[in-house]
Design a protein around this ligand. Structure first.
Ligand code: PXP
Length: 252
């Protein structure tokens, strides 16, 4: 049996980062989202952070109104964000941890330790028909907690694996890879849909595409950075090709 199609979600946060460096409207993350969709991606991800350092409320509203593919709204499980998500009605919400001082989402949610805080957000979003995903590390306890919370989807944080790869730390990368691999298998065995993201580039996306349990990759920083050299259209196409090469190696 061949592995199912692997979706590519393009995260446009860093188009907004560049725009916000100068203020004004250029470059527009909604324009980037439309271009990425035209180039063949399967959905758009955007993270509305508490400090609005990149995506702003108006970007999220425009993405929802103007794009033709599913919108994945990344957010912290706060009352403020739940309220905005319920009003925006995106296809999906990915709940992520958020620290004001971090440069990016540094680790996964502690779903096991924060069940009580996460439960109301998961339930409210699900009740509104929004597909909920929890961004977690691939440890078994976190995956079990996500299942117990009733989240139908998890997104495995691939940051530590990608960092080890780019820093040439082979032994560490192998440990992280085995964790991702066994986590994806375990989550699938519990009936969860498995996504992955953070720090992925062409090579790591090709490698992780070989795991048949993974249904979606969400990729931002590398794609937007590479687009400076290759253009967004070409970069999305090259990523699609890398993922397709990797998926051909998947054995389910
Ligand atoms: N998935 C989630 C849940 C994230 O928080 C991020 C970063 O915003 C990504 C994927 C994309 O990570 P990167 O920008 O490193 O590709």
């Amino acid at each position: 049996m061949s592995a199912p199609f692997l979706r590519l979600g393009v995260n446009v946060d860093h188009v907004a980062t560049i725009r916000n460096a100068r203020g004004g409207r250029h470059p527009d993350p909604v324009r980037a989202a439309k271009l990425a969709i035209a180039a063949g991606c399967d959905g758009i991800t955007a993270h509305l952070r508490e400090d609005r350092r990149h995506i702003r409320d108006d970007d999220m509203a425009r993405l929802k109104a103007e794009i033709s593919k599913p919108l994945n709204f990344e957010m912290a499980a706060t009352d403020e964000m739940v309220k905005i998500a319920l009003a925006t009605k995106p296809h999906a919400v990915c709940l992520v941890p958020e620290k004001r001082t971090e440069r990016t989402t540094e680790g996964g949610l502690d779903a096991a330790g924060q069940k009580a805080q996460l439960k109301p957000a998961v339930h409210a979003l699900k009740a509104a028909g929004i597909r909920v995903s929890l961004f977690i590390g691939a440890q078994q306890a976190q995956i079990e907690a996500a299942a117990e919370l009733g989240s139908p989807v998890i997104e495995i944080h691939t940051g530590a694996w990608c960092d080890a790869l780019t820093e040439g730390k082979a032994a560490e990368a192998k440990i992280e890879w085995e964790l991702i691999k066994s986590g994806a298998q375990f989550a699938k065995s519990l009936g969860l849909e498995v996504h992955a993201g953070h720090g992925l580039d062409f090579a790591s996306a090709e490698t992780i595409a070989s795991l048949p349990q993974i249904a979606e990759l969400n990729i931002g920083h590398f794609l937007i950075g590479e687009a400076v050299f290759e253009g967004l259209d070409q970069t999305v196409k090259l990523m699609r090709a890398a993922m397709d090469r990797g998926r051909k190696k998947a054995t389910s």
